[in-house]
Design a protein around this ligand. Sequence first.
Ligand code: COI
Length: 354
Amino acid sequence: MSWDIKITKNSNTNLNNTDFSSLGFGKTFTDHMFIADHYDGEWRDCRIVPFGDLELHPATFALHYGQSIFEGMKAERSSDDRILLFRPDANAERFRLSAERLAMPIVPDDLFIQSITELIKVDAGWVPKGIANTSLYIRPFLFGTDPILGVKIGDHYKYVVIIGPVGAYYPEPVNVLIQEKYVRAFPGGTGAAKFSGNYSATLLPVKEAKEQGCNQILWTDGFEHKYFQEIGTMNIFFQIGNTLLTPSLEEGTILHGVTRDSILKLAKDKGLKAVERKITVQEFLEAYENKTLQDMFGAGTAAVVNPIEGFVYHGKQYNLDFMNREVSKLMKAEIEGIKSGAIPDPHNWVMVVE
Ligand code: COI
């Protein structure tokens, strides 16, 4: 179905004041945003309006009880000037799953995709062109707006999309802490949803990790701290011997990363052995000691494919200089090449914003 989206143009633009060579991540936004409101059981009043503040009732449900989810996607400009999205259907599906977990109305896939493509068309001039490591980041989010302090399922929600040009998410090397004090997710919890609270709950642990020289945490299970989960901003991959390994999803503690899934498929295309299974801290340490560990990287939309440079475990720093990193280099080149239209797209993942 096609949704009726009313467009109100911004009479000002910030485009000419934006320095695309020093963007950072998530600090710059375009001139417009998309908003839709849900009430009486339906999505209503779909609109693209000048980018600006949202006015919220002080009792807004999401502010008190955290009922809020989001997605992260990127648009790239190809060398022949087309604007390309990467697997937007996969993000639409995950957004539905997250909404269901948080007891919110789903945003139908056609509304999700149309809100994003129409907004990008209005702000097309903001999609970076020919500047290495830049793209247009897309942040759809959905939150409960009932002005009520009782904890119950409501009827009022806002679905908003904001977009902005970004540079690298991790400009500095990633050193991870394997810690046993905090837990990101338990089976039956919200770990698989792109739920805002999953991210805010990591702020204190990451602050403490910084005191040990680490900028991220490699989370482990909360029962025994024996099995790896994910980094929080990225899924984790290891290459041990000839096998590419990533933790399996079945316990519901790990985000179903679109980049994660793409890497698994591309690795198989390339004839690599790629396996999803439980991975123990112990086998990882053994692979480190006997140097069968060949690669270790994080994967996510914002970070793409990001090498893990080192780790801290039980207070000791380990560095990973010895690894060949052939697989992460190959996967980064493949994912970035397909996303930007520079190499063939064997799985038809790319959607052109027409
Ligand atoms: C993404 O990779 O797009 C994410 O949503 C992670 C976020 C913390 C930037």
